[in-house]
Write a protein that binds this ligand. Structure first.
Ligand code: ATR
Length: 288
């Protein structure tokens, strides 16, 4: 068993409930792999205590934390500084406490999303034009930010609640369009990429109701859901011949900047890490 000393560097993930988080398994794997004297712990903090927790954690010696559901937007408002991605997304997922205890917030979800796609689909660089995004929550905001960075010029957002899609579109001046939920299938025509950012297709949730007939067969289909690893959407896409990218890699890639900042080592995404995380995903299922 790995042991830590009194000088161990501390980090963690703050959420409510935090039990769903796979980040402790992920960072714990890297800490063990590199023999780092450090710990990464789950912090189950109710929304009413978030502000207090963020003020107290650096005083307890924490170097930083990841932020997960439902705290990403509230943590954004509480951070002393925010990087460009956090500002564009309006949420933080990674916080570094500086020497004076100030909370420096960043958002690594957009970059993590793109790095995962690039890894699973090296031809991503050649994709441009239209991309379709299903959902308009926090995850969608990160994905739209990533797609705009990548250079897609016609990003369509479809969401059950139209106003949330319209809000995202308004922030991107002409690059992003909100399309009505009822028109979501026709909107897939001509798209080079389709991304599901909703919770539909996740274990315990119904599948995403989306017929793919209008989607070009060469379009890349990505899901940010990774429990199960191959969602009904990805299976449906694969069956009709579309290339697909699953969401587990986004979790791995978004975690790297935090680990580097808190523990001082650039972590790698190896096959043994993937196997470990796949087992952690399966383990969560057994817990349920
Ligand atoms: P996150 O921050 O993880 O993206 P969220 O803000 O709760 O989480 O967003 C969840 C997304 O899944 C939203 O786009 C939501 O649609 P609404 O904005 O209409 O709520 C979508 N979603 C969840 N359940 C859905 C369902 N049964 N049908 C259609 N969309 C659904």
């Amino acid at each position: 068993m790995r042991t830590i000393s009194g000088k161990a560097r501390l980090a963690g993930v703050i959420g409510w409930p935090v039990t769903h988080s796979l980040s402790p398994a992920l960072h714990g794997f890297w800490l063990g792999q590199y023999g780092i004297d450090g710990a990464y712990v789950p912090l189950n903090v109710a929304p009413a205590y978030l502000k207090e927790a963020l003020a107290l954690l650096p005083k307890l010696g924490f170097h930083g934390i990841n932020v997960t559901v439902p705290h990403k937007e509230a943590a954004y408002a509480l951070c002393d500084t925010k990087d460009i991605h956090a500002r564009r997304i309006g949420a933080v997922n990674t916080i570094l406490f500086d020497d004076t205890g100030r909370a420096c917030g960043s958002n690594t979800d957009a970059a993590g999303f793109l790095e995962n796609l690039r890894e699973q689909y090296p031809a991503l660089a050649g994709l441009s034009g239209r991309a379709a995004v299903v959902g308009a929550g926090g995850a969608a905001r990160a994905v739209v930010c990533a797609l705009a960075d990548h250079g897609f010029t016609d990003i369509i957002v479809v969401n059950r609640t139209a106003d949330r899609a319209t809000d995202i579109a308004a922030a991107y001046e002409g690059k992003v369009r909100a399309v009505a939920w009822d028109a979501r299938e026709a909107a897939l025509e001509g798209a080079a990429l389709l991304v599901n950012t909703t919770s539909l297709g996740m274990r315990g949730h119904p599948p995403l109701p989306l017929a793919l007939d209008a989607l070009p067969r060469e379009a890349l289909v990505a899901d940010i859901v990774y429990t199960p690893r191959f969602t009904p959407l990805l299976s449906q896409a694969k069956t009709r011949g579309n290339p697909v990218a699953d969401g587990l890699g986004m979790l791995l890639h978004q975690a790297r900047p935090g680990f580097r900042a808190w523990f001082g080592r650039e972590p790698e995404i190896s096959e043994s890490l993937r196997a470990h995380m796949q087992a952690a995903v399966e383990g969560k299922r057994e817990d349920e």
